[in-house]
Design a protein around this ligand. Sequence first.
Ligand SMILES: [Fe+2]
Length: 187
Amino acid sequence: MNHRTSSPEAINEIFRQFRDRGHRAYGEDVTEEQHALQCAALAQRQGEEPAVIAACLLHDFGHLLHDLGEDIADRGVDARHEHVGANRLSAWFGSAVVEPIRLHAASKRYLCWKDPGYYAGLSGASQQSLALQGGVMTDQEAHAFEANPHFDRAVRVRRYDDQGKDPEMVTPRLEEYRGLLESLLIH
Ligand SMILES: [Fe+2]
């Protein structure tokens, strides 16, 4: 599917989704928009490249595109939001933004394989959804994942994702990322 749109339309659609659905509960006492902004701000503080900051901001965009409810993991449903979001965003952004988004659930499965302490540090909701997403990677899956050209970025995005769940955190507003997102649009 290839339906590229000009810069303002793409960004406006993204912002519209946040406006209409960003108030939804991400879980863990933050909304979808707060979680997205926190992940992006954490990446920014670490001096990450723009593509990683954008991937952090948009990694759960797929959550804003479905109407399956806010408690789907509780109901044992995996909406495969990482693919839904990545597929939509691939009309507008290149692989450095899109692939870490597509891989952010896989990155969790990988980190559970790589680091025995990682699973214990995950939030309850992330632990719960792990099983739905395929569980801990096998050795074979993990080695194949490490060979993915987007492996490194994807794991970094995942680390910010895991941290962006602080109800008290103060972040820049969504509007402040408009220029960054526009600079990454493919034309
Ligand atoms: Fe997330």
